[in-house]
Design a binder for this molecule. Structure first.
Ligand code: PMP
Length: 435
């Protein structure tokens, strides 16, 4: 029972009593908790790192120490002494919180310096900060897109982007994953009937659950051809990939060329928060005064801004190059080790190593086995990914050691095979259909 079903079936509970109608979901979650397949039961005990202590709520008092492939500290900057020192200095200089939204004296010397530093890295002069990456995505789209406009979104884009699009307009069209031919077709169809309203095309630099990349120059070219604008979410690639940490944009010679770039500080930059960057001062004004999560939420704290600033300094220097080399080497080794066990990874080498499973029950059971054995991975299922497209999403860090990768891969291979055998399900070899 705990392994069957999906959260999808509880998405729209019926009944007039709003408080009571969530109870069916609660029963299902309690059942899952009793059987160790309830994600919220797990919590980090201590800092995220290649080896972490994870506390299991359903086994009181127990913290298991093990290899951590479930945190997003890609360059291992969360434990960098210079980042810690920057946090302490910011606390001494500016105190622990921003005490206002950016429009109400919430900016600090540090947040303004961060806007400038990010602008320089991206070669886009106008940067607006947000308290989370989610807020940056949702805020950018809702501030810029009107009800009569269109948003074309990759079908596998992050929820923050799709939810922003759906909140802004009913004219949201999903395009097939990475399929520029489909993007062209849809743009042409919209422009054939409407030249009055705007179109925003939304994609990711590195897809967070699939670890693959779109053809950004072609996407931007198509946008110019059809009078549309392009927004690229670089949450998972900025800092961690590309020359000088410039991510997918740098890898594809697109620095300073994409219309709108948004990202998050929550992965590589050892903090929390997000940003939107463009070459347009006018767009920045529109965001400052119409993006809800920027305007109506208190600004990044000075400590967050200082951590990101220090992380940016490391990312852009030679130490960043070394850390990115280590990260990419680790990702390649982990993929090779998993392949040796017969497992199927999708995407390109990057911090994200998605191990395709398909069947949700197999992913849940394998995730549970691994957590008990001291290998922490995220079993991702709907709504994080489409139904029937479950996976173990591993995230690799620069500081993982070869032995951790080798042993982790061996245990992951055994857990997936074991879960498949126990459930009588052949682990899927076919990734998400691309048609
Ligand atoms: N975009 C992508 C692609 C993401 O994966 C995430 C979630 N981590 C976000 C945006 C939101 O970022 P944050 O966690 O900083 O709110």
């Amino acid at each position: 029972g705990a392994l069957r079903g999906s959260v999808a079936q509880f998405a729209q509970p019926r009944g007039a009593n709003l408080m009571r109608r969530a109870e069916a979901l609660d029963s299902w979650c309690r059942l899952r908790a009793r059987h160790g397949v309830w994600q919220y039961a797990r919590a980090l005990d201590g800092a995220p790192g290649p080896e972490s202590n994870v506390h299991e709520e359903c086994v009181p008092g127990s913290a298991t120490r093990g290899v951590n492939f479930a945190s997003q500290d890609y360059l291992s900057l969360a434990s960098h002494p210079a980042v810690h020192e920057a946090a302490r200095a910011a606390l001494a200089e500016a105190g622990p919180h921003s005490a206002g939204s950016a429009v109400l004296l919430g900016n600090s010397r540090l947040s303004l310096a961060l806007e400038a530093a990010l602008g320089e890295l991206l070669q886009l002069d106008h940067v607006t900060l947000f308290p989370t990456g989610w807020g940056a995505a949702f805020g950018a789209i809702t501030a810029l897109v009107h009800a009569r406009d269109y948003v074309l979104v990759d079908q596998l884009a992050h929820a923050s982007l799709r939810q922003g699009a759906n909140a802004a307009t009913r004219n949201v069209v999903l395009h097939r994953h990475l399929d520029t031919g489909h993007v062209r077709e849809l743009l042409a169809a919209i422009r054939a009937r409407d030249t009055e309203n705007a179109i925003l095309v939304v994609t990711e630099g590195l897809f967070s659950m699939d670890a693959d990349m779109p053809d950004l120059p072609l996407m931007q070219y198509l946008c110019r051809e059809y009078n549309a604008a392009l927004l690229v979410d670089v949450a998972h690639d900025l800092g961690a990939l590309g020359p000088g940490g410039t991510g997918s944009l740098g890898l594809q010679a697109m620095l300073g060329k994409a219309d709108l770039v948004m990202g998050a500080f929550s992965k590589t930059f050892a903090s929390n928060g997000g940003f939107v960057a463009s070459a347009s001062r006018a767009v920045k004004r529109q965001l400052q005064l119409f993006a809800g999560p920027h305007l109506f939420s208190n600004a990044l704290s000075p400590i967050q801004a200082a951590c990101v600033l220090e992380a940016l300094r490391i990312v852009a220097g030679s130490e960043g190059d070394e850390l990115r080399d280590a990260l990419l080497r680790n990702a390649t080794v982990l993929r090779a080790n998993l392949a040796e066990t017969g497992m199927r990874c999708i995407g390109v080498p990057s911090a994200i190593v998605p191990l395709w499973i398909g069947n949700e029950q197999v992913a849940r059971l394998a995730g549970r086995t691994l957590a008990r054995e001291g290998v922490f991975v995220n079993a991702v299922e709907y709504p994080g990914v489409p139904l029937g497209a479950a996976r173990l999403r591993l995230q690799v860090m620069a500081a993982h050691r070869p032995e951790q990768l080798r042993q982790g891969a061996r245990m992951i291979g055994a857990a997936v095979s074991g879960a498949g055998a126990a459930l009588g399900v052949e682990p899927a070899r076919q990734p998400w259909p691309r048609e």
